[in-house]
Write a protein that binds this ligand. Structure first.
Ligand code: PXP
Length: 249
């Protein structure tokens, strides 16, 4: 059964809309944990558009589950991670103009540089995950960096129409199988919602789902604690959709 990492970047988005002190993502992380979050994820972007350095520092002190720091593979971010020491770093591609992370990291084209960074982070006791598409050559390159985890990009599955979605789900199943056969542990995330999460949660071998936008959106109606509780229930007991049932190993 997959666990749930709750991405709280959007709490900081609301705060930064006014550059004020509320809502504070640090206190909302506690509510997410009370709702059953198995981990808290924040993305410290180079442009600091939502999460700030101060948030990561305080979350390191207050998060009682696991703190997963998403970041670009840059020297600045590596230094921050080595100082703050989150439980896990997830390396993601980052572009200034993008609204959210677009596509997975191209590990194959920067394998050597990533290998060195992974080694330094893991040497400091920080787990490293690489956010990649469920693609054979990329997964092979991930294994070659020495990283212990990958996070499979579920955005293409999430955005696919009903005709294409079974194919995208099958890619995630195959990617999970392939990653594990390379000795990698597998997380997944991006674009998952209350409507589309269940088939992914049912994939054998995925250990954690990282979910943000839909939970924060639901929290506006029912509060963050309840929104996390509802998502956790779907992940723990996913319905086997008749359309997808045969695809899921
Ligand atoms: N995983 C990664 C690597 C991400 O960049 C994001 C978005 O910040 C998520 C998961 C969560 O995506 P969403 O907010 O669409 O649930």
């Amino acid at each position: 059964m997959a666990s749930l990492g709750v991405n709280i970047d959007h709490i900081a988005n609301v705060r930064q809309a006014r550059r004020t002190v509320e809502p504070d993502p640090v206190s909302y992380a506690l509510l997410a944990e009370l709702g059953g979050a198995d981990g808290i994820t924040v993305h410290l972007r180079e442009d600091r558009r939502h999460i700030q350095d101060r948030d990561v520092e305080l979350l390191r002190q207050t998060v009682r589950s696991r703190l997963n720091l998403e970041m670009a593979a840059t020297a600045e971010m590596e230094a921050i991670a080595l100082r703050i020491r989150p439980d896990m770093v997830t390396l993601v591609p980052e572009k200034r103009q993008e609204v959210t992370t677009e596509g997975g990291l191209d590990v194959a084209s920067q394998r050597q540089a990533l290998q060195a960074m992974v080694s330094r982070l893991q040497g400091a006791g920080i787990g490293v995950s690489l956010f990649v598409d469920a693609d054979g050559p990329q997964l092979e390159a991930c294994a070659a960096t020495g990283a212990r985890w990958v996070e499979l990009h579920t955005g293409t599955y999430a955005e696919a129409d009903w005709q294409a979605q079974p194919r995208e789900l099958a890619r995630l199943c195959e990617g999970t199988f392939l990653a594990r056969s390379h000795g990698l542990r597998v997380n997944a995330g991006h674009g998952l919602t209350y409507q589309n999460v269940e088939p992914v949660a049912a994939i054998e071998g995925i250990e954690e789902l990282n979910i943000g936008h839909t939970i924060v959106a639901r929290a506006l109606a029912v509060g963050l604690q309840q929104a996390v509780r509802e998502m956790k229930a779907l992940i723990q007991n996913p319905r086997r959709d008749p359309l997808f049932g045969d695809l899921i190993p």
